[in-house]
Ligand binder design. Structure first.
Ligand code: FMN
Length: 176
């Protein structure tokens, strides 16, 4: 059975992106989905001086190995000031010091959710243009705007968006 890792680019304990990831994971068929929480991978703020003095922290290796040993990645990015959250960028930077091809050629379902109407369009654009340099194979992309209206009772309640999400899951699963 294919093994997928699923996580949100957020460290909020009420993360809307983590909620979207959890729901999306429930749509997968015949796959083992490992839902991760970045709060379980605490890391110091990346700095070249720290890296030279102490090396790369164990949690960066742990997360990188989870990617390496998976068949695909489900990631929903939170958007902070038009870009990645600090916690995601920090993990990304640390892992890129282990291997610049951070995503190891794995198929990715890239998503973003936001409370506002743009659905994390800026962070999605940043990731979609950058991740391929780190060997992510982006199979499908999904954006969930106005989370408060479109997500309820642990699911996407807007049927049009829900159908789009199911299509993305199907395309992603066809690529792994
Ligand atoms: C520092 C900060 C910056 C933010 N910047 C944006 C932004 O640029 N675009 C946006 O759509 N939402 C922005 N937001 C709102 C987030 O989308 C919102 O907090 C969302 O819940 C974050 O996702 P999460 O719950 O998965 O952490 C920002 C929130 C914070 C705290």
């Amino acid at each position: 059975m294919k093994r997928i890792i699923a996580f949100a680019g957020s460290n909020s304990k009420n993360s809307i992106n983590q909620q979207l990831v959890t729901y999306t994971a429930s749509l997968f068929k015949d796959a083992e989905v490992d839902i991760l929480d970045l709060n379980d991978f605490d890391l110091p703020l990346y700095g070249i001086d720290l890296e030279q003095a102490s090396g790369i922290p164990e949690n960066a290796h742990k997360f990188f190995n989870l990617i390496k040993n998976s068949d695909g990645i489900l990631l929903s990015l939170a958007e902070h000031n038009g870009s990645y959250t600090t916690v995601f960028k920090n993990l990304f930077d640390w892992m890129s010091r282990i291997e610049s091809k951070t995503f190891c050629g794995k198929p990715m379902l890239l998503m973003a959710a936001s409370p506002g109407g743009r659905g994390g369009a800026s962070v999605l654009e940043a990731a979609a243009s950058r991740f391929p340099f780190h060997d992510a194979k982006i199979a499908a992309q999904f954006s969930l705007p106005t989370f408060g209206d479109n997500f309820n009772d642990e699911r996407v309640v807007n049927e049009q968006l829900n159908n789009l999400l199911k299509e993305c899951v199907y395309v992603f699963q066809s690529n792994i």
